[in-house]
Ligand binder design. Structure first.
Ligand code: FES
Length: 162
């Protein structure tokens, strides 16, 4: 076999092997997990600044739903003032509590603005707190959690691998 034909042979077999193994890889790739849709409350039952606790996207992830006094980014409802967030502080995972438009961490005094996507503006946390994506059914008033923006504290992905 000449040098040119040997090189041509190696190029052809390498390309074939690459296609074969990439095909195998696709065949065995796990399907991407989708966020569940979970009913978490009804807009008619919410009282201003009284948060409702729930877990999402699984039972190990505490969150809250709250109707605040002003329009928010990502809020639902006629005033866009119903929002939802993880209640795990992004610094070290301490529980967050709601107070006057903010999520507050009593461990190291971080604060997050619920009107601005959970942006941190005080304390040791440098990451914004994860915001829960909401959907309002205008007919029934039911509110559904249907996704997460940002990473929930302590996770490498918001959806745990099963
Ligand atoms: S755990 Fe919240 S600021 Fe440290």
């Amino acid at each position: 076999m000449s040098d040119i034909s040997r090189r041509k042979f190696l190029q052809t077999t390498s390309a074939s092997a690459l296609l074969f193994f990439s095909g195998l890889n696709n065949t065995h790739a796990a399907p991407a997990k989708a966020y569940p849709s979970k009913k978490i409350g009804n807009i008619r039952d919410l009282k201003p600044n009284e948060p409702l606790a729930f877990n999402y996207p699984d039972e190990q992830s505490p969150c809250l739903l709250v109707k605040v006094d002003n329009e928010t980014i990502g809020g639902v409802g006629p005033q866009k003032n119903v929002v939802s967030f993880s209640t795990l502080c992004t610094h070290m995972g301490c529980p967050l509590t709601y107070s006057k438009g903010r999520l507050v961490c009593k461990c190291h005094y971080s604060m997050f603005d619920v009107s601005r996507n959970g942006q941190t503006y005080q304390g040791l946390a440098s990451q914004w707190v994860a915001q829960i994506v909401l959907r309002l059914d205008a007919g029934t008033g039911n509110i559904y959690a249907e996704g997460v923006e940002g990473l929930i504290y302590g996770r490498i992905g918001n959806l745990k691998l099963s």
